[in-house]
Design a protein around this ligand. Structure first.
Ligand code: ATP
Ligand code: MG
Length: 871
């Protein structure tokens, strides 16, 4: 059965069981402080499990893109070495939100696997939670056991411990026992030797878990205590690629049609064959896996970068390049060439890959090029380290520096060193790595208290589109302590006019005031798992009273000008540059806006001008805001709104229209484009290959911009003696300056020539050394020229020159290489020691070194002390 069919059969099975089928949510998370990527099918539904929202249908099914490369679930190191863990994989899931529970979940899982997919039940094992005698003191899940008994013989129902059979979302939150379904796809011969029972959960490549059915029935509080959930939920996750392995009768996920087209392409590109050599095979598996993870992340809007989620993606990509570089001899970019195959193969189920193929290719290629350059530089540095190494071991510190500062992979260092017969002090390296990890962990440590609930089951209403002020009640609050911010409080109200950060727009600031006149400032507003959280430094003193909550209207208004301008800018770019332009990120602040978009070349001055004019014409056109709240997404799209890749939309959306610009947007906007007053682009540049960034300002910021420019203009004109044509006057001045510089250079050269012949006459022979210590009226370059010129004529020179330039002192010492060797003299040491007199320091090589200092009056003393080096 082809993989496409496996996916669609799963979905249609649950559709028949009255489940709503939803598309995969984007894999890169935007409003969850605890997680960077979706790492399990339940993540997009977290808010429902936490009780912060209700799904339209309380039964859902989907195939969710998951990435397990950081945090609690990190399979990165397994990938390539085993045959069934991936970084990116699809998790097939069916969900019940307070609807059906264990009975149906187990019955349907069984029906699907054994009847629809026809898997022989004699290759299946299931597990149930055995209970725990720790502080949770949980009983065995006999309920699940008794249900399983109806389908499968009892010797195939295994009891599992808390690690394998009690699922928790994190340190806090919904959790519960689970039942896993495992397959044993070994040959009959192997099975006769060892029972599959003994291999379940033992990391055997042919006895693997395919499906996990989680029965969520508890909530873990911050103090660790479990409480029963009022509504019980079902959360299941089945590894799509593993299921395909079983159904296609192969022994490895990489032998399914999910991976074989990629593997064939890698073979073609690298002229290597899969299945002949273990090292090569690992590399091919790593690459075919990683290119999927990277391509899907880019499609979801996450570009490789130096921080956060972007850094994780960059590391995955580099890991793939490294395996190609080391084991497949690929020294030039090639990963990007796999995107074509990927897009053909996955484009139907995941249209975001197909639609953005070109962009994905460009970004990957550029990343590959840049990392290959890093590798080249790293090789040079590594060779230098090798040259400097005495003995047979390279220190852990040196290797760590190469890894940390230059991004040179440690395993590559180890490999190259071993080829040169050297060892790497891995213990030392790991110690440095550990220390660094501890430093960053300490910096990001955070503790979160339980919520103090003031109003049970409170609903929260956002009224910030219509009001900037409201009388509100606190429904819950908690304290969060971090190294960075100290103690902060998070407050949730029954209703709020505060806009939470989202859609690129910053969160509102403002204040709370109670009837006693006590004021607490709201420093930021954010949305976490669908709850609007207000951040304050202090807890209000009267938490049970009513507060007047007031948004900082001025900041909000300026932000709105920038947000509306962002929509107009988006429209302008598509109009001026073409429909290939797609939004790739935006940041809307009160002071400025930033807009990233796909486009392949730098914008010309004319294009920028045209874009600016386009936006300003719409501002002058006084276009009113036309807002539609809660309309079905299909209706908005039919009207011409664009949905963005990587955004998660609900069933109903808000459409914002100004003239012909229509966007799906949850942000706040001006009532009329005329409110923006004026729009001005201040910069345009590249963020990555094929992605440009425009920064722009509106309203007061434009006035300030023009005011400052105008001021600078008059100051400049003043300096040019009020010239009628200041640009021309400046040009003249520059031309004159260039020609004067040339003249001076010539004069200095002549002077140096004269000085050299004079100096030659002043050399003094002491102890077989030609010596001269003298102050000269030359700059640093001049001193060096003279010294090297004399140096080329003698092999027994000791020169110390000094000069005074712009109130600073400079020493430079030249010693013939022959003297360095025969007398052990060292120019570096000379300038370091004599540098004391000019209150400075410096260094260089044994034959030439310089020192700078801030005390020119010490020059004479420095010069007169030079002779002592000759004895
Ligand atoms: P394993 O013990 O094999 O790592 P898990 O216990 O981490 O699995 P769950 O978190 O329960 O797995 O995820 C549900 C299902 O997702 C698993 O039954 C498996 O089929 C699949 N799965 C988990 N991790 C991966 C991965 N890294 N690559 C591919 N499929 C995976
Ligand atoms: Mg795992």
């Amino acid at each position: 059965m082809k993989s496409q069919e496996v996916r669609s059969k799963f979905l249609s099975f649950f559709e028949e069981k009255k489940h709503g089928i939803v598309p995969s949510a984007p894999m890169v998370l935007k409003d969850d402080p605890t997680l960077m990527f979706v790492n399990a099918g339940m993540v997009p539904f977290k808010e429902y499990f936490l009780g912060n929202g209700k799904p339209k249908n309380n039964r859902l099914a989907d195939s969710q893109k998951c990435l397990r490369v950081s945090g609690k679930h990190n399979d990165l190191e397994e990938v390539g070495y085993d045959t069934y863990h991936h970084t990116l994989f699809e998790m097939l899931g069916n969900w019940s939100f307070g609807d059906y529970f264990k009975k149906e979940a187990i019955a349907w899982a069984w029906e699907l696997l054994t009847e629809v997919f026809g898997i022989d039940k004699d290759i299946l094992y299931v597990t149930v939670f055995e209970g725990s005698d720790d502080s949770d003191n949980l009983k065995m899940d006999t309920e699940a056991y008794d249900i399983w008994k109806q389908y499968i013989s009892e010797d195939r129902i295994l009891k599992g411990n808390k690690k394998d059979n009690f699922w928790e979302m994190g340190d806090q939150g919904p959790c519960g026992p689970c039942s896993e379904i495992h397959v044993d796809i070994r040959s009959a011969e192997e099975k006769a030797k060892v029972s599959g029972k003994d291999l379940v959960n033992e990391d055997h490549p042919q006895v693997v878990e395919i499906w996990n059915l989680v029965f969520m029935q508890y909530n873990r509080k911050a103090n660790g205590v479990l409480e029963a959930l009022p509504n019980k939920h079902i959360d299941t996750g089945m590894g799509f690629e593993r299921l395909c392995m079983v159904l296609q009768g192969v022994q490895s996920n990489y032998d399914t049609d999910v991976f074989t087209p990629l593997i064939r392409e890698i073979e073609t590109i690298t002229s290597k064959t899969y299945g002949k050599n273990e090292e090569v095979d690992i590399a091919i598996r790593v690459i075919s896996d990683h290119v999927r993870a990277v391509a899907f992340s880019i499609a979801d809007g996450q570009l490789p970068s130096n921080t956060g989620a972007g850094y994780v993606i960059r590391r995955i990509l580099r890991r793939a390049v490294r395996y190609g570089f080391t084991f497949l001899d690929k020294k030039e970019p090639f990963l990007y060439r796999l995107v074509d195959v990927l897009s053909t193969q996955m484009g139907k189920a995941f249209p975001e890959i197909k639609a953005q193929k070109q962009l994905i290719e460009n970004v990957i290629k550029e990343e590959e090029q840049s990392f290959l350059r890093t590798l080249d530089q790293g090789l040079v540095l590594l060779n230098r380290i090798v040259d400097e190494t005495k003995g047979d071991t390279v220190s852990g510190e040196k290797a760590f520096e190469l890894y940390d500062t230059y991004g040179f992979p440690i395993d590559l260092s180890a490999l190259i060193l071993s080829e040169k017969g050297l060892k790497l002090d891995e213990k030392g390296f790991n110690e440095h790595l550990q220390k660094q990890k501890e430093r960053s962990r300490a910096a990001s440590e955070m503790s979160t208290d339980d919520w103090t609930i003031l109003v049970e089951d409170a609903e929260e209403e956002f009224i910030g589109y219509d009001s900037l002020q409201a009388n509100v009640k606190l429904t819950r609050y908690r304290k969060v302590t971090s190294k960075k911010d100290g103690d902060m409080y998070q407050l949730v109200f029954n209703l709020t006019p505060f806009y939470p950060e989202g859609g690129g727009q910053v969160g509102d600031k403002g204040y709370l005031e109670d009837a006693h006149g006590d004021v607490v400032y709201i420093l930021d507003t954010k949305k976490e798992n669908n709850v609007i959280i207000h951040f304050t430094k202090n807890l209000p003193s009267h938490v049970n009273e009513t507060f007047k909550a007031v948004v900082d209207a001025k900041q909000r208004y300026k932000t709105e000008c920038n947000h509306t301008a962002t929509h107009l800018l988006h429209q302008a770019l598509r109009e001026v540059l073409g429909n290939h332009v797609e939004q790739k990120g935006s940041a809307v602040h009160s002071k400025y806006l930033r807009f990233d978009f796909s486009h392949f070349s730098k914008l010309t001055t004319e294009e920028l001008q045209e874009v600016e004019n386009f936006v300003n014409r719409r501002i002058e056109g006084k276009l009113p805001l036309q807002e539609k709240r809660n309309i079905p997404i299909d209706e908005a799209i039919a009207e011409g709104a664009m949905s963005l890749f990587g955004e998660k939309y609900g069933d109903t959306v808000r459409a914002i229209r100004f003239g012909k610009s229509i966007e799906l947007c949850g942000g706040t906007h001006v009532k009329n484009t005329a409110d923006i007053w004026h729009f001005k682009i201040v910069s345009e540049g590249a963020v990555a290959s094929g992605i440009r960034r425009i920064e722009a300002i509106t309203n007061d910021a434009v006035k300030d911009f023009y005011f400052e420019n105008n001021k600078a203009y008059f100051e400049m004109k003043d300096l040019l003696n009020n010239a009628k044509e200041p640009v021309k006057a400046l040009q003249n001045l520059q031309d004159e300056n260039t020609s004067l510089k040339k003249q001076i250079e010539g004069l200095l050269k002549d002077k140096a020539k004269n000085i050299k012949s004079e100096l030659k006459g002043e050399l003094e022979a002491i102890n077989g050394i030609q010596f001269l210590a003298k102050k000269l009226d030359l700059d640093a370059g001049g001193l060096k020229d003279v010294a090297f010129d004399l140096g080329s004529q003698f092999d027994d020179l000791f020169l110390l020159f000094a000069t005074e330039q712009n109130g600073k002192a400079l020493l430079s010492c030249y010693i013939s290489k022959e003297l360095v060797a025969s007398k052990g003299l060292n120019a570096g040491q000379v300038v370091r020691e004599l540098g004391r007199y000019i209150q400075g320091g410096g260094g260089g090589q044994p034959f030439f070194a310089t020192a700078g200092g801030k005390n020119p009056s010490g020059i004479d003393e420095a010069l007169s002390n030079a002779k002592k080096y000759l004895v």
